[in-house]
Design a protein around this ligand. Structure first.
Ligand SMILES: [Zn+2]
Length: 300
């Protein structure tokens, strides 16, 4: 089974036009190829299903970032965005919703609970909106994660303006991971290049920390040897059964499409041999979906 732990209905550039404008002037102009407004739900869902079928992805987690307090509200309210995802996941088991809410909102816990009641199987936090995962305002959400036995997925690594990078260090997740040892914390993007070593060290110390590898497509394209050596370090330090496959589509689809990204993982037994270490077919299965199925409590 292949589970894409990290994808979006729409990229942030599609949901907030201000982001697209700023990104067009920054280093991520390549991400701004989607210009259609995020209106046509059925059309987009059909596109996603097609993309998943071509790539052999069985299930996709719909990860929802709430950026409204940082950059102004999007076209839909955050309640509507959450409901849209849980409605879709209820209608089609190929989709798994993650509740997304900025913990500083007055009704954050209520909104998160409503989403979990509606079937969401995880919680997503994006500190790029301007809060630390260590801030006490997040604690009601961690308590909900414990109550509903769902993982908390947190963006890590530097990010484009108008979002900020300050609180996206994996270190900000250390305190909640210590205080909520029964809650699983997923470091989305595994800290990216800047904070990968920190992410790995934290995961070494804390068994409830998992590493998700979306956006590593760019690392692979820019520096294949660097990609391989990081994978080798993970294997040596914590093993590959706490590594989760994710794509971050559609924002990254033009840089590497989903089919090619799945292929990279499938080919690891051969490609890692060329880089002097070994990843077994069984370890690939775990990364592509086995571990995610256990974390999410879905059939593997
Ligand atoms: Zn993402």
């Amino acid at each position: 089974v292949i589970i894409d732990l990290h994808r979006h209905m729409w990229s942030v550039f599609e949901r907030y036009s201000v982001v697209a404008d700023i990104a067009a002037r920054s280093g991520v102009a390549g991400h701004t190829h989607f210009t259609a407004p995020a209106e046509d739900v059925e059309g987009r869902v059909a596109e996603i299903r097609g993309e998943m079928e071509r790539a052999g992805v069985d299930r996709s987690c719909l990860i929802l970032g709430d950026y409204g307090l940082r950059i102004g509200e999007g076209d839909r309210t955050i309640e509507e965005e959450n409901a849209l995802q849980t409605d879709l996941a209820r209608a089609d088991e190929r989709f798994i919703a993650f509740a997304g809410v900025d913990p500083r909102r007055d009704d954050a816990a209520a909104l998160c609970r409503a989403s979990l009641e509606a079937g969401a199987r995880g919680i997503k936090l994006h500190p790029g909106a301007g809060f630390s995962p260590s801030d006490p305002c997040c604690r009601p959400l961690y308590e909900l994660a414990g109550e509903y036995s769902v993982p908390v997925a947190i963006h890590t690594g530097p990010t484009a303006a108008p979002l900020i990078s300050t609180y996206s260090s994996p270190l900000e997740v250390d305190e909640p991971a210590a205080d909520y040892p029964d809650v699983d914390f997923i470091l989305l993007h595994a800290g990216q290049r800047a904070w990968f070593q920190l992410a790995l060290d934290l995961a070494w110390w804390k068994p409830n920390i998992y590493l998700e590898l979306s956006l590593w497509q760019t690392l692979l394209l820019e520096d294949e040897a660097g990609f391989m050596s990081r994978l080798r370090e993970i294997k040596g330090a914590i093993g590959l059964d706490r590594v989760l496959f994710g794509s971050d589509c559609p924002g990254i689809s033009k840089i590497m499409d989903l089919t090619a990204w799945v292929e990279v993982f499938r080919a690891l037994p051969e490609s890692t041999a060329r880089h002097g270490f070994e990843v077994s077919a069984g370890e690939v299965e775990e990364m592509l979906g086995g571990t995610a199925a256990r974390l999410l409590g879905v059939e593997g």
